[in-house]
Design a protein around this ligand. Sequence first.
Ligand code: ADP
Length: 583
Amino acid sequence: MSFVSRKPFKPRAATPGRKINFRPRIGIRLWLTLLFLLITALAGVTAYAIVSPRLENTLRQASEASFSQVGIGFEDLVKSNPDLPPSRIEAYAVSRGVQWGIVRQDGEVLAGDPGDFSPAVVNGALSSGQPRQALEPIDSGFRRGQVLATYSAPINVPGETRTAVVFTKYITESDVENVQAAVSGINRVVALAGLLALLIAGAAGYAVADQISRRVSRLGVAAQRLAAGNFDERINTRVGDEVGDLGNTFNSMAASLKGAFRQIEQEKERGQAILDGMTDAVIGVDKDLNATFVNPRARELLETSDHAFHRRLEEILAKTQFEGALTAPEVHAGGQIFEVRTAPLEEGALAILRDVTEERQVERAKAGFIANASHELKTPLFALSGYLEILEDEEDEDVRRAFLQDMKAQTQRLQNLAKTLLDLSRLDANAVTFMSEYVDLEELLYEVRAMFHYANRQINVEAQENLPSVKTDPIQLQRVLSILLDNAIKYSPGDTPIVLRLFEQGDTIIIQVIDQGCGIPEQDIPYIFNRFYRAEGSSRADGTGLGLALAQEISHHIGVEILVESKPGEGSSFSVVWSSKSS
Ligand code: ADP
């Protein structure tokens, strides 16, 4: 499987966390409500357990105290009526529900029926002359559990000494039952009150729990939104309790996260901008060799390259994961050559592909240039050494002179070649300083013609009048025109004229070098500016194939263009063109 057959790389969306359901749940409400109910029930039961016996006791005492009221009421009665007749005493006793009697110290009952009483109470009253009262619990017999209440106060009975009135009452089961009935009545009220308290507590508990639960849930929802990337999420913190504090902490956390995220985003954008703007192709893959990120250059390369390129790249990336960073040998994609450098990532690998096509072409051109130059230099040198050898043994003066003439020509050729090579290498190394001055082109054409006086050729200068000067480097322009004129002379018969024409055409100024020579085959025209290129049939003229290359190199620097029109057998016209008069 190759990179292109995979889906185009898309940045992975931030992995959303597991979806947490923050809908208010019953949990906290139920538990808090139950807790409220439990506490209320416990408090009620405890309070009841403490209060109930005391209540019972108090009621019992209240029942007993009602007997005390009998004595107190009697004393008040006696005070207002000291000679109380027995009938009044009886009426009083009946109205109070107690038994009564008048007893002597020896225990004899003189009037009424006091029933059981405590003699000690009677004796105490008689001996002290003051009323006495006692309550005696009954521990056995059928009255077990009842209390015998005795009240006694001294009383004067005519004809008797030491007599006392006695009121008695058994505080019975029914009294106790009355108390119990009262207590169970109270219990019912307590139970109702408890039920009501439980209801209120439950409702209050639920309300409080609901309130807390909602606020906690709100925090949960906010946290979920924050996790999903909404950094503007904030919690309302009006209530200053612990949940409010938590909300404040959440808000400041969200604010710092927002800042940090913005910073990361900016860093990411910067990184992305660098990656996007890179002329190198950058490809990241995961451990299964799936592309995790590719910059635009890489995308373009992957889309346009063939299967073999993808396979090779995959091999290199797979190797990187096991062997670490490496610089792979060149990888070819169509006509392009790439240098691949890779580095392992934590889970995958990264490759940077640099297009070295031009670099390699230049290197190859340089190597070719050196080989060609050496060859071109070797040829005249061999010729010269051959001539020298022959000259040593040659005695015929005419032959020697002819040889010397040839040697001079070869030496001249060597010099020209050396000069051209030097000029080209200086241009390549940017070691030439170009001037820029206003030049009268017509004058320059006459100077160039004068330089070729030795060639003994007819060179006609045809210049349009009143043309403006142009800004250029006169020496370099002269060099360009010399190369073109030299070629025109070389590649045209000696009896045909050559024209140097200067004229204006629209916004352009043009110098043409026109000959009526052999012309250049159409298929050769695109290549004649290449170094060492010579068109078919040019070998009849002396040359190295470097002249036009040098002329074009110079023309780039002085802001002119060289155009060629040629017809084989009819001649050629080379134009030096300034595209704008002002330049
Ligand atoms: P050379 O030293 O061979 O003249 P140039 O670089 O000056 O090298 O020219 C390259 C080739 O272009 C020549 O070999 C020739 O084939 C062709 N050429 C250049 N100028 C002319 C011309 N005026 N007429 C015909 N052919 C030309």
